[in-house]
Design a protein around this ligand. Structure first.
Ligand SMILES: Nc1ncnc2c1ncn2[C@@H]1O[C@H](COP(=O)(O)OP(=O)(O)OP(=O)(O)O)[C@@H](O)[C@H]1O
Length: 529
């Protein structure tokens, strides 16, 4: 093809002056023919379109699995991809998760790296002259990279798998609306086995990583006033031994839940025509351990916690019904401070003790004498603090659309103010009453505060392992614990209050012990005023 046929002037005039100049330049300096260039471009575009068409045809031969971002598998797979595929392959589009959103695991990782780099004093007792800057810790937290909006082809156990992450952006008109996304996994052939294998591996990986954490979800309103379950936090599971509570009652509760969660129990319930649900009421003064026990139970049984507040201004009966139907079949639903919600029976609704509520699968009969309102607040104000009525709540708890298999835990400071219909068997199967602590409880709290054997495990560092020394320390601590409990009157303070006091002397049990009587006296005097 001739390389420098001059372009007709008319043709050059058709271009804007800038382009015309460029074309002239190409022709004169490089000897390239612009027409040839245009033709080549068109040819390449044609080839590209053909290849794309071919590719989409070939795609038909792939099996496709879609995973939505509201599914647990989504997080598991993202994590697996980040930790495995990023290690050895290149993604074109990734999302960096900043260290300011670091989890407690990231912080520990950062601490470990600081210690490895010779910053040992971070492990020893806090030193007023060597303050730890949280920014330093966050600054050293690993930045995690996650697959983001793109396609990645990789080989696993001999099969080619195409990973596609697609994101639907939040609306620009409504800021703060979370991006939603989904993953597609494609595998060449007609078998789902390679994809299934990958998902199982990701799930096991996730399980291994999170077996010591408890995930808490909360029903939170977004800017559209729509209440949705949102993953709120993942925190280290609370060990059951750290919850101070009557040992027999604790054991009974554990056995009861264990029996309920056993896979065979569901069939038993079905065979007997009983809705497969179990409810517990935890009652007691503030700070006596209701929430702590719930967290520990979630840790023991490996369940997520779904926290509901009836006091959310956007909470209404239909939202409550929807939320209760959306929880997974195995989880703990925590309805906190149920008495504070000000549940009211509507005036038209018959009083308990005189009524029979008829619902599919349930016939509720209440024998409560004269309590017509669900809460002290409701009675005092004459108006409900929540727009959810008692019957709305009852329907959400055990109506047809309510999820089966879940555990419902309701907490209250004043069980006597609750409507009997709410706590009748079937809705509340076990009532656990938390009392203010006895002498023995106070000793237990004292020991759990000062007997610290977790540091070495957490940081994987050498600490004093002298067994004889440990025994002496323990005996000394036990005698201090007895002295501490003797200095404080029984059943007067909550464990939260005592814990707050002990935290002031975190590093000095002797001081905590010697000042306890004075503190208790002062506190009681304050309460009397
Ligand atoms: N029985 C307990 N065993 C161990 N720690 C406890 C106990 N009770 C309270 N605490 C400590 O006190 C704090 C508050 O406890 P928690 O939130 O469980 O109390 P609560 O009964 O749920 O209180 P509220 O009724 O105000 O929600 C926690 O930090 C917890 O560690």
């Amino acid at each position: 093809m001739p390389s420098s046929i001059p372009l007709p002037r008319e043709a050059i005039k058709l271009f804007k002056p800038g382009y015309a100049h460029l074309l002239n330049l190409l022709q004169n300096s490089l000897g390239l023919d612009p027409l040839t260039l245009v033709n080549t471009g068109l040819l390449l575009a044609g080839i590209f379109t053909f290849l794309r068409y071919l590719f989409t045809r070939v795609i038909v031969l792939w099996v496709t699995v879609r995973i939505n971002d509201d599914d647990q598998l989504y997080d598991s797979l993202m994590r697996w991809m980040s930790d495995h595929q990023f290690m050895n392959r290149q993604f074109r589009s990734v999302k960096a998760i900043s260290a300011s959103k670091s989890t407690w695991e990231d912080e520990e990782e950062a601490l470990k790296s600081m210690i490895r780099n010779g910053n040992k004093n971070i492990l020893t007792e806090p030193d007023p002259n060597n303050l730890i800057s949280y920014r330093t810790i966050v600054g050293r937290s690993p930045i995690s990279l996650q697959p983001f909006q793109g396609t990645h082809l990789f080989r696993r156990h001999g099969s080619w798998i195409l990973f596609q992450h697609l994101v639907k952006r939040g609306s620009e008109l409504v800021p703060n609306v979370k991006e939603t996304g989904y993953i597609q996994l494609k595998c060449l052939g007609s078998s789902f086995a390679p994809v299934r294998g990958l998902l199982e591996e990701a799930q096991l990986y996730h399980l291994e990583r999170t077996k010591t954490t408890t995930t808490v979800h909360r029903a939170i309103s977004n800017v559209r006033d729509m209440i949705r379950w949102t993953r709120f936090s993942a925190r280290p599971s609370r060990d059951m031994s750290t919850v101070i509570f009557d040992k027999r009652a604790k054991q009974e509760l554990l056995q009861d839940i264990n029996e309920y969660l056993h896979p065979h129990t569901r069939r038993w319930y079905a065979n007997h025509g009983i809705p497969y649900r179990r409810g517990y009421l935890f009652s007691g003064a503030p700070g006596t351990g209701k929430t702590s026990l719930t967290s520990a139970l979630a840790g023991v049984f490996g369940l997520d916690i779904y926290v509901l507040s009836l006091l959310d201004p956007n909470m209404n009966e239909s939202a409550l019904m929807r939320l209760m139907s959306e929880v997974p079949s195995r989880c703990i639903v925590l309805l906190e401070d149920i008495d504070a919600a000000g549940l009211n029976r509507p005036a038209s609704e018959p009083k308990p003790g005189h009524a029979r509520r008829n619902k599919i699968g349930n016939t509720a009969e209440s024998t409560a004498p004269s309590v017509t309102q669900g809460s002290v607040q409701g009675i005092q104000n004459g108006s409900a603090a929540t727009s959810v009525s008692l019957s709305g709540l009852l329907n959400a708890i055990d109506g047809v659309s309510s999820q089966e298999g879940r555990i419902l835990i309701m907490t209250t400071n004043s069980p006597e103010s609750l409507d009997k219909a709410l706590i009748r068997p079937g809705r509340v199967d076990m009532h656990i009453a938390f009392e203010l602590p006895s002498k023995v409880d106070m000793q237990e709290l004292f020991l759990s505060m000062y007997r610290d054997d977790t540091v070495s495990v957490i940081h994987g560092c050498e600490v004093n392992t002298n067994k004889e020394q440990d025994k002496t320390d323990n005996r000394h601590l036990e005698s201090l614990a007895v002295r501490f409990a003797d200095s404080i009157p029984e059943r007067k303070f909550s464990l939260a209050a005592l814990q707050g006091y002990l935290l002031q002397y975190k590093r000095s049990p002797e001081e905590a012990c010697s000042k306890a009587a004075e503190w208790a006296e002062k506190k009681l005097a304050e309460d009397d005023e």
